[in-house]
Ligand binder design. Structure first.
Ligand code: SF4
Length: 73
């Protein structure tokens, strides 16, 4: 199992006030992000990603709406 799968995961957050519904997040991480009926992203599933994928998702979000926090034990 890679290090990404063993624990260095973070919890994803979407700021729906700044999301512009471009759908980049859903395209790359469909298990974690989904556009809802308002065409705004929402976090689904367990809401976590490996840290490097989380950083990539935040970087590519055109609305700067994606952030992440440490998972509380
Ligand atoms: S990539 Fe960003 S702006 Fe686009 S739908 Fe996802 S959260 Fe919203």
């Amino acid at each position: 199992m890679s290090n990404d799968e063993t624990g260095d995961r973070v919890r994803m957050i979407v700021d729906r006030d700044t999301c512009i519904g471009a759908g980049q997040c859903e395209m790359h991480d469909e298990d974690v992000f989904e556009l809802d009926d308002d065409v705004l992203a929402t976090v689904i599933g367990d809401g976590t990603l490996p840290r490097d994928r989380a950083a990539a998702a935040a970087d590519r979000c055109p609305g700067r709406a994606i952030s992440f926090v440490e998972i509380e034990a």
